[in-house]
Design a protein around this ligand. Structure first.
Ligand SMILES: NC(=O)c1ccc[n+]([C@@H]2O[C@H](COP(=O)([O-])OP(=O)(O)OC[C@H]3O[C@@H](n4cnc5c(N)ncnc54)[C@H](OP(=O)(O)O)[C@@H]3O)[C@@H](O)[C@H]2O)c1
Length: 254
C-alpha cells in the first residue's frame, strides 16, 4: 500500500469544537490546510467565535458548524447528512472529542442515569460516529480516526468509575478496530489527556488543587495545554504507520 500522509485538502470532523481541546484541534488542523466540519452541543457562540477567527486567517478552506447532541442518534445521522450536503463528501478525518464528565468520585453517589448518560456521550457516540465515518474512508482507502480518551481509562482520575469506564471502553474499541481494519487504509488511535487547562472541564490549575491531578503531584510540575493535545492529534493524522495506540499526555502522571 502506498504511503500517503498528506492531510492538506482533506476534511476533518471534530466533535465538541466549542470546547477547549476540540477548538485547539480545529486551529491546528486548519493551519495544516484541512477543511473543517465542527460541532457544538449547547455553546453556539463559542464555536461561532472560533469559526470567525479561523475564517479571518484563510478564506479558501471551507468550515461548517453543526449543532449536534452526540447522545442523540438522530443528531448524529443528521450531522453526516449536513456534512455531505455542505462539503459534498463525508469526513476523511474524525476527531471524536465531545465528552462529558461530571465530577462525582464515590460510586455510591453515581446515579444510574449519570452512568448511562456518561457512557452514551463518551462511548456509545464514539461507536456510532465511527460507523457513520468509515464507509467513506474505506472507499478511498484513507482515513484517520482519533478518539480523545483520558488518563482516567487506566484508573487515575479526578472523576468517578463511570467516566473511567466510558474512556476505557473507547480505548478497547479503538484497539480492536485498529486490528480488524489494519489493511483498510484507516488508522485508529486515541489520545489520553490528563489535567488539561483552558477547558470547560478544568479551567485553570486552581481547579486541580487538592485533587489527584494537583499540579504539585504532576512530575513535570504543571498542567497541560490544549495546544499540546492538538499537536498529538495532528501528528497522528500525519503518521499512518501509527495505529492502535493510546498516547498518554499527562506530564508523567501515571
Ligand atoms: N480537560 C482535560 O483535562 C481532559 C482530560 C482527559 C480527557 N478529556 C476529554 O477531552 C474531551 C474534550 O473536553 P475538554 O477538556 O475540551 O472540555 P470542554 O471544554 O468542556 O469541552 C467539552 C466539549 O464536549 C461537548 N459536549 C459535551 N456534551 C456533549 C453532548 N452530549 N453532545 C455533543 N457535544 C457535547 C461540549 O459542547 P458544548 O460546550 O457546546 O455543549 C464541548 O464542546 C472530552 O472527551 C474529555 O472527556 C479532557
Amino acid at each position: 500500500m502506498p504511503v500517503d500522509n498528506r492531510i492538506e485538502g482533506r476534511l476533518a470532523l471534530i466533535t465538541g469544537a466549542s470546547g477547549g481541546i476540540g477548538a485547539a484541534c480545529a486551529r491546528d488542523l486548519h493551519a495544516q490546510g484541512v477543511s473543517l466540519a465542527l460541532t457544538y452541543s449547547t455553546n453556539a457562540s463559542s464555536l461561532q467565535d472560533l469559526v470567525t477567527s479561523l475564517q479571518s486567517q484563510s478564506s479558501s478552506l471551507k468550515i461548517t458548524s453543526h449543532q449536534c447532541d452526540v447522545a442523540k442518534d438522530a443528531d448524529l445521522s443528521r450531522l453526516f447528512d449536513e456534512i455531505k450536503a455542505q462539503h459534498s463528501q463525508h469526513p476523511d478525518i474524525l476527531v471524536a472529542n465531545a465528552g462529558y464528565g461530571k465530577r462525582v468520585s464515590n460510586i455510591l453517589d453515581i446515579a444510574i442515569e449519570e452512568w448511562d448518560y456518561t457512557i452514551n456521550v463518551n462511548l456509545r457516540s464514539s461507536f456510532l460516529l465511527t460507523k457513520l465515518a468509515i464507509p467513506h474512508m474505506q472507499s478511498q482507502a484513507w482515513g484517520r480516526v482519533i478518539y480523545i480518551s483520558s488518563i482516567a481509562a487506566g484508573g487515575t482520575s479526578i472523576n468517578g468509575c463511570h467516566y473511567s469506564a466510558s474512556k476505557a471502553g473507547v480505548q478497547g474499541m479503538c484497539k480492536n478496530l485498529a486490528q480488524k481494519m489494519g489493511k483498510s487504509g484507516v488508522t485508529f488511535n486515541d489520545v489520553a489527556p490528563a489535567m488539561i487547562t483552558g477547558t470547560g472541564m478544568i479551567p485553570d490549575e486552581a481547579a486541580l488543587k487538592g485533587t489527584p491531578g494537583d499540579p504539585a503531584g504532576i512530575p513535570v510540575g504543571r498542567a497541560g495545554t490544549t495546544d499540546e493535545v492538538a499537536n498529538v492529534v495532528t501528528m497522528l493524522c500525519r503518521t499512518g504507520y501509527v495505529t492502535g495506540q493510546s498516547i498518554l499526555l499527562s506530564g508523567g502522571l501515571k
